[in-house]
Every structure is written in C-alpha cells, then in structure tokens.
Design a protein around this ligand. Structure first.
Ligand code: HEC
Length: 229
C-alpha cells in the first residue's frame, strides 16, 4: 500500500480529513464550550432597534396592527420596543426557516476566495452561539448571495418591494415572490412581512461593519457587548 501512489494519496486524504476535523470542530468546541448561548432578548442592539423603529415610521398602520401602539413613558417605552423587537426576530426567524430561504442563501462568510471582500468579515464561531441559530442556518447552496451581513445593506422598503416581487428590483431574479407576507400591496407588509424584514436587518447588526446611516442616526449605536474580541 505504501509503495503505490494511490496508497499515499489515500493516507494523505485521511490525514487531511482528521486535521480539518480537529481545527474546525474540536478546537472551536473546546474554545467556546463555556460561552453561554445568547437569547433573542440579548441579541437586540442599536442598529436593529433603528431598523425596527424605521419600520414603524414607514408602515405605521401595518405596524400598529401587527405589534400594537407604542406606549408613552420613557422607561416603559424602551422596554416595549425591545420586547416587540424580540418578538419580531423570533417570528422572522421562523419564517426564514419555514419558507426555506436557506435553500438558496448561505449565512456563512468563508475564509476562502477573498469572500470578505464581497460580503464582509469572515464568520466567527461566537456569532452562532445564540437562539436564532437553532436550527443552524449556514446553508450550503448559494443560488442567491450570502446573507450573514445583509443587515443595513438595503433599506426596509427595498426589502418589502423585493419580497413582494423580486423581479421589480432584480431583472430575471429566480427568487420566488412572497405575496403572503403582505396585505395586498408592497406598502402593506403584514406581521410576517415586518418580522422577516426585521430578521434580515438583524443579520450582521452585531458587527462594527454594519453600514452606518449618515443622515439618520440610529437610536443608540452598537451597545451590544461582544463575548469575544
Ligand atoms: C430559488 C432561490 C431563492 C430563494 C428560495 C430565496 N432567494 Fe433570496 N435571492 C435569490 C437570488 C438569486 C437573489 C439575487 C437576485 C435578487 O436580488 O433577487 C436573491 C436576493 C435576496 C436578497 C437581496 C440580497 C442583496 O442585498 O442583494 C435578500 C435579502 C434575499 N434574497 C432574502 C431572501 C429570503 C428572506 C428568502 C426567503 C423568504 C429568500 N431570499 C428566498 C434566490 C433565492
């Protein structure tokens, strides 16, 4: 076996597999096993709140119907927004999973082929240590672009029009239309539509690279404490 080329290649193949398993599974598992899993409530940050409140401003009727009217008092006010934002993230995540968005979109920027130039920072293990990553949505196929840094790249109304009918914005897009996320027209997203937009805007909102809005400052900027440098 050791004399033949194929024998050497076979042994090298097994060895490379073992090294990959060690570096991609065993080492990260040992490094992060004590890191607690974050709940949805802990994932809310300034960037996301900005987007969620923007949805309320853009689609007041739809928003009130879906989440109710914001209360008056300051402290109460903040807790109310965080609460609704968490609810929207949970619903949005369920729709993303249920509609099979992950058949066509990955959520993993790989450390190969200069992917970070196209999609932003390479994905790190700690980013997946939270409730919204169950089930894990890495995805394997990329019919459409990777979405792990999608948040902030497009405006909320862009997403609404795109989900209502992708071809309006992207000629010959193979992405299906999702009219059931709306009550009739793209400017009437229902609760599921608002929630899915919130979820998509959340993707990458925990990173410094989240696009900054020059003229519309987020309510409070990046106040999330990252577990690892
Ligand atoms: C059949 C494959 C397919 C499915 C299923 C699919 N998409 Fe897409 N998606 C694409 C393709 C291709 C593009 C690029 C063309 C375009 O913008 O429409 C895209 C683009 C996007 C974009 C814009 C990315 C950008 O910034 O340019 C978002 C956001 C998106 N999809 C989200 C979703 C969500 C959420 C779902 C599930 C509700 C979904 N997609 C389902 C194929 C798909």
């Amino acid at each position: 076996m050791f004399e033949s080329k194929s024998g050497i290649l076979f042994i090298a193949g097994v060895a490379f597999f073992a090294i990959a398993f060690l570096s991609n599974a065993v080492v990260p598992a040992l490094m992060y096993r004590d890191l607690p899993e974050q709940t949805v409530e802990e994932l809310i940050n300034g960037n996301l709140r900005y987007q969620f409140e923007d949805l309320a401003r853009r689609y007041p009727d739809s928003f009130n119907e879906a989440f109710g009217e914001p209360p008056g008092g300051e402290a109460e006010h903040d807790a109310w927004w965080n609460d609704k934002c968490a609810e929207a993230l949970r619903v949005g995540h369920r729709i993303y999973t249920g509609e099979g968005c992950w058949h066509c979109h990955s959520q993993f920027v790989r450390p190969v082929s200069n992917e970070e130039e196209r999609w932003g920072p390479v994905s790190a293990t700690w980013e997946y240590q939270n409730e919204l990553q169950r089930p894990v949505l890495f995805g394997t196929r990329r019919v459409g672009p990777d979405l792990s840094r999608e948040g902030g790249r497009r405006s909320n109304d862009w997403h609404a029009v795109h989900f209502f009918d992708p071809e309006t914005l992207s000629t010959d897009s193979p992405m299906p239309a999702y009219p059931w996320l709306f009550d009739g027209s793209p400017d009437r997203p229902n609760k599921r539509g608002l929630a899915l937009i919130t979820y998509v805007q959340w993707l990458g909102s925990w990173l410094e690279s989240y696009p900054y809005y020059e003229d519309d400052e987020p309510t409070s900027l990046r106040d999330l404490e990252l577990p690892v440098e």
